[in-house]
Design a protein around this ligand. Structure first.
Ligand code: PLP
Length: 458
């Protein structure tokens, strides 16, 4: 382990290399996603319905067929606080694995709040401010999204209400304090501030909450605010994946600096945004330039939306207030096991990504919790950086690719996205180190039960 590799490790871009455009996969996708449906009528939504929740500019991005959408200058100015992010060759990890593979990672954990989420939070706050929005509402699970939006709202002078899943609110007080430091108001969901929250609490006063419930509360507050407040979502939607493509655009340039091109690009998936962000620019090169990079989405075995979910129309939230979309789903009222990768505990997946997976343009694998932490600890000990539990799913898959390459005696170029650092996730590492972390079996019965409640779309 003491061998110090001598050749280049970090591949850095200048501020002037910061992308000027986001890349819209819908311009090139051979399989455009199905229309978004109204949760009551199950008919395609009108811009009016979406306009209650989102500013028009984001709705236009949601349905745009333009290949490139210019990044507004004020957004680029804020991106410069941490972008371009480094691309790093994980040489010490390669050595530890004894693999002929080359492993590169894009480090999105260097953003001020520790993940890729500010890439879209800053953009969403900008467009809301420009449209005259006074306040935003949102949900957060593990707290990464809430922290990112709290930072962005603070920069643009917007108020923010965050509905934080009760279990996380209890377990992660530091994430809450970070949001409050930026000036956000944080509530433990389910709350008594919304009709839906009160109905959930009436049934069970100790409900631990879920992302689906928290989304319902944040949507209800915005929808009943008579235009004063808008809602903001940190993943799943096209415009969110669009904003994240700065990751892949930078990585393309950086792989060029390294003089290599990836055989496989890997990212973890909760709602699909960091994976889409790194993978879609490489998918463009596959579709338009004849490259043949494999794109691998990695999910937990406890919430296997892609590998075990059904590809069908479902509600985005538990209370059926958010739009209905066609996606790989475990059912909108499925409550995932309490795995430590809170950011991956969502029942659905980005529709654009699902369409591509269904048609075979993207691969998916599911990895169990313990093997994920084994990978995270090996990564920490070799590369010196403690990864978010979510990102560790991508590390697990990257290591498995590298081991497979070793077995086959292949030189394989592997690129994965390190979606965030794990500095706020010490309790999960503590659980791992003290032998208390467990694997959750695939929750077959709970998913089957939830499948009975899918909307009946004609
Ligand atoms: C939120 C989050 C994820 C999962 O969300 P995606 O939209 O799938 O990217 C992954 N990693 C980290 C660090 C997160 O905060």
């Amino acid at each position: 382990m003491s061998t110090t590799p001598s050749t280049q490790t970090r591949f850095l871009l200048n501020e002037s290399d910061l992308p000027k455009n986001w890349y819209n996969i819908n311009a090139d996708s051979p399989v455009p996603p199905a229309p978004v449906l109204h949760p009551q009528t199950l008919e395609p939504v009108t811009p009016d319905f979406l306009g209650v929740l989102f500013p028009m500019e984001l709705i236009m991005q949601e349905v745009s067929a333009e290949r490139y959408i210019e990044i507004p200058e004020p957004v680029r100015e804020i991106y410069k606080l941490w972008r371009p992010t480094p691309l790093i060759r994980a040489r010490r990890l390669e050595l530890a694995l004894g693999t002929p593979a080359h492993i590169y990672y894009k480090n999105e954990g260097v953003s001020p709040v520790g993940s890729h989420k500010p890439n879209t939070a800053v953009a969403q706050a900008f467009y809301n401010k420009a449209a005259g929005t006074r306040a935003l509402t949102t949900e957060t699970g593990a707290g990464q999204w809430g922290s990112a939006l709290a930072m962005a709202c603070n920069f643009f002078g917007l108020e923010l209400e965050v509905y934080m899943v009760n279990v996380s609110y209890q377990q992660k007080p530091y994430r809450r304090i970070l949001m409050e430091t930026f000036g956000a108001q944080v509530f433990s969901s389910p709350t008594d501030r919304t009709a839906y929250g009160r109905s959930v609490l009436a049934r069970n006063g100790k409900n631990p909450g879920s992302l689906g419930i928290a989304i319902s509360e944040a949507v209800e507050v915005a929808a009943t605010s008579e235009g004063a407040k808008k809602y903001s979502l940190g993943s799943v939607l096209n415009h969110v994946l669009l904003h994240q493509t700065v990751i892949g655009e930078e990585a393309l340039k950086q792989m060029d600096l390294a003089g290599e091109y990836p055989d496989v690009v890997i990212g973890c998936v909760g709602g699909g945004s960091n994976f889409g962000g790194i993978a879609f620019p490489f998918l463009r090169q596959n579709l338009r330039e004849g490259q043949r990079t494999r794109l691998v989405a990695v999910e937990p075995t406890a919430t296997p939306s892609l590998t075990k979910g059904v590809y069908t129309f479902d509600y985005g939230d538990t209370a059926k207030m958010a739009p209905v979309v066609k996606m790989h789903t475990l059912g909108h009222d499925f409550v995932p096991p309490p795995i430590h990768a809170g950011g991956l505990r969502y029942h659905g997946m980005a529709p654009s990504l699902c369409a591509l997976y269904d048609a075979g343009y993207i691969e998916a694998v599911a990895v169990p919790q313990l093997a994920t932490f084994d990978a995270a600890v090996l990564f920490t000990r070799t590369e010196g950086l403690i990864p978010a539990p979510e990102s560790s799913h991508a590390i697990r898959a990257a290591i498995d690719e590298a081991l497979d390459a070793r077995e086959k005696g292949e030189k394989r170029v592997i690129l994965f996205n390190l979606s965030g650092n794990g500095f706020f996730d010490m309790t999960s590492y503590q659980a791992y180190l003290s032998g208390q972390l467990e694997d959750y079996a695939y929750p077959e019965e709970a998913i089957k039960a939830s499948m009975a409640h899918l909307p009946q779309v004609a």
